[in-house]
Design a protein around this ligand. Structure first.
Ligand SMILES: *Cc1c(COP(=O)(O)O)cnc(C)c1O
Length: 377
């Protein structure tokens, strides 16, 4: 049994959907329309409807979507973009790649996300944009971030690669999907993401017509009309076959979210009484779509617990082992006095457990029993 526990069980999900996915993929092969085939447009429209957003611009992957978003804002070299120090590198990578300056800030210790209070002191006359990342599947507290951005005239780009499908509730009771709240939202369809294809894929979202037209143009070699290039762009398309797969999966995204929540509820229930473990904190303003189920393992025991679980056939992951500014590539953006204490703590404490849409209750029971055994030794 233990050999087959997966961090994210993509194969069994495929087997559930096999008939529909196989036929969607074969239709693409039969059609001969391999680039920008009909499934891409179909997916765009379905995702616009699902997210209740005016424009979705499909592209090749999540990193490209962040890059295209930055390119559409006409920023100048040296302009500063605020992002979390505790995130996947892609967020800061595209900022740096465009000659902009990633200003990495700390995150909140309970939500793992950046907040308006943390962002504000980092704003300078050069700041042009903020990139909140909705880490592990839960929205950053967007309302205060939007207010702060408005006050300082800044763009907000949501990195929604981990939280597609999550809702955020404003104080007036209105609800919006993450990725549609800032000026631009970006997401990834990497296989293990909550809405994943079987290769690479990504998309941008916006309610702004001008930004939408610009991002569509940038993703298509800066062409306004075929062979007439208005700006320097890139080549970033969602593959037709991947779009066909996403069409099958998008219909199930809410069901997938519920399945992940069911696994998370079980972990919560079985692990909340262990001294030395902090289960994920669930925010009132955002539901959680549990891209990851991430514990904080206190008392310097994380690596020991990880090894113990591995020895018992249970895979776990550390997202992320280093704050970005301590990665070799990003050290040059900070001086020696730079500090992000909460991000430092989290890098030493976080441990993500297996979570996916195909709950195997025997596996899950075995996982929590093994964790209990570790703590009773
Ligand atoms: C996965 C991910 C990305 C990048 O997506 P790719 O499709 O792999 O390029 C960016 N940001 C975050 C937070 C991610 O989790």
């Amino acid at each position: 049994m233990k050999d087959s526990i997966q961090m994210s069980d993509l194969r069994n999900q495929y087997l559930e959907l096999k008939t529909e996915i196989d036929s969607a993929v074969l239709d693409c092969l039969e059609s001969g329309a391999y680039i920008n085939g009909p499934s891409v447009k179909e997916f765009q429209v379905s995702l616009e409807k699902y997210l209740n957003v005016k424009h979705v611009i499909p592209c090749a992957n999540g990193t490209d979507s962040l890059q295209i978003a930055m390119m559409a804002l006409d920023l100048k070299p040296g302009d500063e973009v605020i992002c979390p120090a505790f995130t996947y590198a892609a967020t800061a990578e595209v900022i740096a790649l465009l000659g902009l300056v990633p200003v990495m800030v700390d995150v909140d210790l309970t939500t793992f996300n950046i907040t308006a209070e943390i962002i504000e002191p980092a704003i300078t006359s050069k700041t042009k944009a903020i990139v909140p990342v909705h880490l592990y599947g839960q929205s950053s507290d967007m309302e205060p971030i939007l207010k702060l951005a408005e006050k300082h005239g800044l763009y907000v780009i949501e990195d929604n690669a981990q939280a597609i499908g999550a809702d955020y509730t404003f104080t007036d009771g209105s609800v919006a999907k993450t990725g549609t709240i800032g000026h631009i939202g970006s997401t990834s369809f990497f296989p293990s993401k909550n809405l994943g294809c079987y290769g690479d894929g990504g998309a941008l979202m916006t309610n702004d017509d001008t930004l939408a037209a610009k991002m569509r143009m940038i993703a298509n070699h800066g062409q306004e009309k075929k062979y007439f290039h208005k700006v320097i762009g890139c080549n970033s398309r969602l593959d037709t076959i991947q779009a066909a797969i996403l069409n099958v999966k998008l219909k199930r995204l809410d069901k997938f979210g519920m399945a992940r929540n069911k696994m998370a509820d079980y972990y919560d229930q079985k692990l909340n009484n262990i001294n030395g473990l902090i289960i994920p904190v669930r925010e009132k303003k955002s539901n959680h779509v549990f891209h990851q189920y991430t514990l904080r393992v206190l008392d310097n025991k994380r690596d020991e617990l990880k090894k113990y679980l591995a020895d018992h056939g249970i895979p776990t992951m550390i997202y992320y082992p280093l704050p970005l500014y301590r990665q070799e590539a990003y050290q040059k953006y900070v001086d020696e006095n730079f500090e992000v204490p909460s991000a430092e703590i989290l890098c030493k404490e976080v441990l993500s457990l297996p979570i996916h849409t195909e709950q195997n209750i025997d596996h899950q029971q075995y996982i929590v029993e093994t964790i209990h055994k570790f703590y009773s030794n």
